[in-house]
Design a protein around this ligand. Sequence first.
Ligand SMILES: Cc1cc2nc3c(=O)[nH]c(=O)nc-3n(C[C@H](O)[C@H](O)[C@H](O)COP(=O)(O)O)c2cc1C
Length: 326
Amino acid sequence: MDKSTKNIGLSISNIDIPSKFFLAPMAGYTDHVFRSLCRDFGAGLLVTELVSVAALSRKISRTYRYMQYQEKEKPLSLQLFGDNEDEYKKSIEENDLSFYSFIDINMGCPTKKVVKNGGGSALLTDTDKMISILKAAKSASKIPVSVKIRLGYSRGEGGYIERALALKEEGCAFISVHGRYATDMYRGTADWDSIAEIKQALGDFIVIGNGDIKTKEEALKAFETSKVDGIMVGRAAVGCPWIFQELNSIFDESINYKKISIRDLTIKHLKGCAELYGETSGVHFMRKFVMKYLGYTDLDKNKKVEFMQCESINDVIKLLDKFNIN
Ligand SMILES: Cc1cc2nc3c(=O)[nH]c(=O)nc-3n(C[C@H](O)[C@H](O)[C@H](O)COP(=O)(O)O)c2cc1C
């Protein structure tokens, strides 16, 4: 591994990305508050939660909540999903997307709601349709368009190299590959051997690998065996945004580690959520993150549960004080 500082990031379509470790889009988690915390710790490309082109093309107001961002998030990618070419074009042409560095098309989401409407991983069953959607988005977009895929819809069906090659040939900016099939949902383990095959087949084309990376050791092994250009990290970053500084240290041993304070992080995250969702909803929304943050303390289960009763920022701060969480 080349550990010189200049290689900590990568450049795609002339856009400088500060780290080879991207934050995976995760609906219900990766709002601008959490993404910004990850950027503070050195995350590379950030991606919004998935945004429906059916809604965006009709300018449905609540859709714009998923598109909010903070200045520090640049470079940020906007992830779109849907199965209708005209809706992609309309969404891209009729909305101000100038802050975003990429549009990413979701061709991997396995959830019923998305698949039954022909979007997400349903597209993996029809390469012509994948390409037609990529073409439509590219024809409307002033910014580069990337695609996030899984290996396929059902395990054993093959075709992942052909699909990836087709995306490359159609001028996709880069692809991110989650090493599972849609029918796996999140079961089993990500298949990095297949990701490696895709990278090998695509040569210089940028491939970002994704799936199950939780530690620096796993990331190093994934880079060495698959030769991917970057790695996208999802679940391991939830409640642990500082994972990015540890991962970045693979390429830069002199990295300046920021000190982690569970108390400060929890309060900062909480305040951001209160601003975005309103105080009560923000505090409720934060419960899943608070439990993860508390996992890094030696607080026992009964005390952790007390945090689940909090209704305000002050309630949380009082408990942090009571249990001496720093
Ligand atoms: C709660 C949750 C929400 C997700 N939402 C999205 C999404 O909006 N768009 C997307 O492309 N992938 C989504 N994913 C998949 C992740 O981006 C990623 O591919 C997957 O979690 C595997 O990476 P990991 O093992 O590092 O978590 C989601 C995953 C989870 C767990």
